[in-house]
Design a binder for this molecule. Structure first.
Ligand code: PLP
Length: 445
């Protein structure tokens, strides 16, 4: 296994000449629809460092969008993948099954919220998991309508595109969208138009009134919620809001689907973001952090709901691939043995103290928010003007990239910088990355 020293190193400009050559080859061979946020071509990665083809070493504050939570090329994951690949790479679980798939479902039953009887089904991507959760909810309830929220992101397939809120780039030109998908107001404290102290109540009341008037509760199969919104800008709803939605769903025989594709697996300082609110969803979708970088996703839920689907109704050629399952078991073992939930809470403390200092110096930092190692700052014009500031967000992001720090943006208005470091990264690298962020504000704010 290649050893990568856990330090930042700039050998060339970012991107360097070899990355630029590859970017030219990309333009001539890869669809323009597939864009890249930071066109440095990665050759190796380990822990919190990405090494590019020009020999630059970058600090990773993105984890491949919340995927390599256990660190890039985590040694346990690598070993499990190599061993499983040598044993067998594929049989299709629907043809001839294998233990690894069952073992992942057992772990999901143990770790997801609630101690009721559960079942799972495995898939390849977050979108596929969300899409299947909707299928299952419709089959179980015999109802069709699905409610999602403003700023939601649930994927790029036809159904999940319909659930996703943002037109550009996710939906623009790709309609018509799946029917029976409805959108409700999100409890977004920073931009709530009503009484700021009553966001949870007002947002819930607006949601319930809208569903009642426009859809009818008896027609709703599921409410699909990100407990903390991801692509929408790490929007954290106020305490109590999720619980009120959960109680209301139960009252009306509607399934609560928690989309924890981004928030799951220690990211927010708990195994799942619902744990923080003590909310037990009927179905939970997971992916991203589950398998240390291999493609795996799951729907886990109440046994009677999951078992209501006819045999053959769920599945797919690759869903629960044995190599991905072996990786997931190794990743989960790492999260348990290294207490990565605890580590996410430490990362939050470190980040918050630094980001608060930043906000004291620069009034363009409108809000610091998030939980655990899923943190963000929303950038505004400043001086009391909370108009979104996407230009500054882009400039700060580009400055960080140029200094060898991988950062990501998010948000409906493109004005959120989000931080998703791997949980095995050292405090030293976190501080170094945050120093670069501060320099970016000095240069651009
Ligand atoms: C990323 C994401 C998805 C889609 O997952 P893919 O693996 O990209 O299909 C769905 N929901 C949430 C909350 C996500 O963050």
């Amino acid at each position: 296994m290649s050893v990568v020293e856990q330090r930042r190193h700039l050998a060339t400009a970012i991107p360097g000449p070899r990355s630029q050559q590859l970017q030219d080859r990309k333009a001539a061979s890869v669809s323009a629809g597939v864009s890249t946020g930071l066109p440095v071509y990665v050759e190796r990665a380990s822990g919190g460092i990405l090494v590019d083809v020009d020999g630059n070493q970058l600090i990773d504050f993105g984890s491949g969008i919340a995927v390599t939570t256990v660190g890039a090329s985590n040694p346990r994951v690598v070993e499990a993948v190599q061993r499983q690949a040598a044993d067998f790479t594929h049989t299709c679980f629907m043809v001839t099954p294998y233990e690894e798939y069952v073992a992942v479902c057992e772990k999901l039953a143990e770790l997801t919220p609630g101690d009721h009887e559960k079942r799972s089904a495995l898939f390849n991507s977050g979108a596929e998991a969300v899409e299947n959760a909707v299928k299952i909810a419709r089959a179980f309830t015999g109802r069709q309508a699905v409610v999602a929220f403003d700023h939601a992101y649930h994927g790029r397939t036809n159904l999940t595109m319909a659930l996703t809120a943002k037109a550009m780039p996710y939906k623009q030109g790709f309609g018509p969208f799946a029917s029976e998908v409805y959108r409700a107001p999100m409890a977004y404290p920073y931009r709530w138009v009503g009484d700021a102290a009553r966001v949870a109540e007002e947002a819930f009341e607006a949601f319930a009134a809208q569903v009642h008037a426009q859809i009818g509760e008896q027609n709703v199969a599921a409410v699909v919620i990100e407990p903390i919104q991801g692509e929408g800008g790490f929007i954290v709803p106020p305490a109590g809001w999720l619980r009120r939605i959960a109680d209301w769903c139960r009252e009306h025989g509607i399934l609560l689907v928690a989309d924890e594709v981004q928030t799951g697996f220690c990211r927010t300082g708990d195994w799942f973001a619902c744990d923080h609110e003590g909310v037990v969803p009927d179905l939970i979708t997971t992916a991203k952090g589950i398998a240390g970088g291999l493609p795996l996703a799951a729907v886990t839920g109440r046994a009677e709901v999951m078992d209501s689907v006819h045999a053959g109704g769920l599945g797919g050629t690759y869903g629960g691939n044995p190599v991905a399952c072996a990786a997931a078991l190794a990743a989960i073992e790492t999260m348990e043995s290294e207490d990565l939930c605890g580590r996410a809470r430490q990362v939050e403390e470190l980040f918050r103290s630094r980001l608060e200092r930043l906000a004291d110096k620069f009034d363009v930092v409108g809000e610091i928010r998030g939980r655990g190692a899923m943190l963000a700052i929303e950038l505004v014009r400043g001086g009391g003007d909370t108009t979104p500031n996407p230009d500054l967000t882009r400039a700060v992001n580009a400055f960080c990239h140029g200094q060898g720090l991988v950062t990501l943006t998010a948000g409906t208005y493109g004005n959120v910088l989000r931080f998703l470091p791997p949980l095995t990264i050292s405090d030293e690298l976190l501080h170094e990355g945050l120093d670069i962020l501060e320099q970016a504000f000095v240069a651009h704010a």
